[in-house]
Ligand binder design. Sequence first.
Ligand code: F6R
Length: 368
Amino acid sequence: EKGGWSSFMAKEISEEPEAIAKTLLGRITDGAVHVEELEPLRDSLAEINRIVILGCGTAAYSGMLAKYAIEKWAKIPVDVELSHEFRYRDPILDEKTLVISVSQSGETMDTLMAVKYAVDAGARTLSICNTQGATIPRESDAVMYTHAGPEVAVASTKAFVAQIAAFYLFALHLAAVRDTLTKREISGLLEELQALPDQLATVLEQHDKIKELAGWMVDTSAVLFLGRHAGFPVALEGALKLKELAYIHAEGFAAGELKHGPIALIEPGQPVFVVVPSPRGENSLHPKVVSNIQEIRARGARILAIAEQGDAAVLPYADVVIPIPLASTLFEPLLAVAPLQIFAMELAAAKGLDVDQPRNLAKSVTVE
Ligand code: F6R
């Protein structure tokens, strides 16, 4: 069943381009989003004034990216919350709130209980889920399935990129409903979304290079991950993968937070992955992240940069650069996360660990 791959995780990472393509399949026609599954929410989508996204772990990180996309494209305020924190703090919800839960398994108890709380409070509910007929979609007003295919490895990989693709489709649909983007802008963004599978396939070709890097780092005791804006959830996900799979202390930071504390951790030899924004990015974060790189490099950090192809500014400071193809800011995470997944997997494999079944973890967490 692993089809020649050494693990389900390796196979599932290789399936990421297809997972994105399948999630988009049949949902884009004539430069517009058509998702029939959203029909039950048709009236609500015009009336809501707020969105709350709920998930755990990797799923919650896809929700962070959804927040950036929905706020930018559809101009509705979005809060992202860990499901298990949500219902214990008297959250404010009403019929003008859309609660979107995101879950690969659709069975995560923390998320299920949070959705039930939202239903009782009168909110509208949408489930983004990878497992047909699971419990969370059944408890929700509508479900938009990700079509990543079954995910067997405990660590989530292809489901994550499919969740982001589904969220972006939803965000662009919402932008059409609420008239916050022109048809032309929407069709342009959809074209970029549809280009991602081929672009991601080229990133996956760097597997051997990343494996080699992981091989050099088997004795590493801590790794830091830095990102900013859309790169921040990628940094968090890179750190989570490394903890789960390789049992190495790993932490993801927003790059801007460095000077507020974490920079004290930098000592000579400390490996730091940096997700570098595009130098063409509309929000000019690139020079800021490059200067973060310079600061930590001056203190002896080893820089492992994930940067846009041809980004010459990082070259003088990086020990290793993993190039990704040109993409707009919000699409970069779909290209930047795979190298971090591969790194964690290969480092775990180099340590002789079972990458499909890390210790102490279960594929779906059905207890609170
Ligand atoms: C990380 C991972 C977990 C899950 C989390 C939510 O690799 O697998 O963090 O993402 O337990 O699971 P679902 O998406 O099934 O609700």
